[in-house]
Design a protein around this ligand. Structure first.
Ligand code: NAP
Length: 251
């Protein structure tokens, strides 16, 4: 079943990890897909993989080199997509980074960078796209937060603040846009195997695993399936929610 037939989606950070898994699953479900990232090689590789997941000859795929922290870049790119495609039904704010350190050692640059890439980016994309979704009287905004935004974590005050901030942003936006049938929800992944987490030591990985009731590390596909549900009409009565996809880590 193609759950996203005739829908179009923008996925930030669609060039790697969780965002790439979402992009490919959306393509497999019939959507037009535009991915944002900053790495040309990864963007071109993902575009090839999107082609391989095509299910309809009419489907459109595009990759855009854009720094999501920069309002002007985001605005120009989204306006171009809107003029090419006429509409965007689904927005996935997934681009994210970490710059971990204890507060007493964290410099201002790492605070600002994480807040700009992880949280200001959500303002940037939603500010530009919300108007067209409201006019279309429909849309789904999916923000990829983190269980760290729910629990906090020593060594991640910048990351946790950005991910909690996404949740407050999403609930507020859901209330602002609900009357126009535009929904906004968060997915809060637990520990997922991607390049973001590959640098963790085996000892830390072992400690995390011991706290996952389902007894395994998550895959990008686990998150993509939740993002597919939230993008599709299967979730048409769901807004302002945070769905933790974490093997039961936080309950
Ligand atoms: P990842 O593999 O490191 O991928 C990050 C993606 O973000 C890449 O596509 C990267 O694209 C893009 N990106 C980074 N900075 C950007 C910028 N300034 N402008 C545009 N794109 C940018 O990370 P991931 O593990 O898939 O994480 C995806 C999201 O899930 C993040 O928001 C992360 O916080 C969240 N999350 C992950 C986990 C986990 O365990 N992995 C857990 C909870 C939440 P380029 O390389 O092309 O710039």
């Amino acid at each position: 079943m193609q759950l996203l037939k005739k829908k179009s989606a923008i996925i930030t950070g669609g060039t790697a990890g969780i965002g790439k898994a979402i992009a490919l699953l959306y393509a497999q479900n019939g959507a037009d897909v535009a991915i944002f990232g900053t790495n040309r090689e990864r963007a071109e590789q993902t575009l090839k993989e999107l082609e391989a997941h095509r299910v309809d000859s009419e489907q459109k795929f595009s990759a855009h080199l854009v720094n999501v922290a920069q309002f002007k870049e985001v605005e120009e790119t989204i306006q171009k997509i809107l003029s090419d495609w006429g509409k965007v039904d689904i927005l996935v704010n997934n681009a994210g980074i970490t710059r971990d350190n204890l507060l007493m050692r964290m410099n201002e640059e790492d605070w600002d960078l994480v807040l700009d890439v992880n949280l200001k980016s959500v303002y940037n994309t939603c500010r530009v796209l919300a108007r067209s979704m409201m006019k279309a009287k429909g849309g789904s905004i999916i923000n990829i937060s983190s269980v760290i935004g729910l629990t906090g974590n020593a060594g991640q005050v910048n990351y946790a603040a950005s991910k909690s901030g996404m949740i407050g942003f999403t609930k507020s936006l859901a209330k602002e846009l609900a009357s126009r049938n535009v929904r906004a929800n968060c997915v809060a992944p637990g520990y997922i195997e991607t390049q973001m987490t590959e640098g963790l030591s085996d000892q830390i990985k072992g400690q995390i695993l011991a706290n996952i009731p389902l007894g395994r590390i998550g895959s990008p596909q686990d998150i993509a399936q939740a993002a597919l549900y939230l993008a599709s009409d299967l979730s048409s009565y769901v807004t302002g929610q945070v769905i933790a996809v974490d093997g039961g880590m936080v309950m």
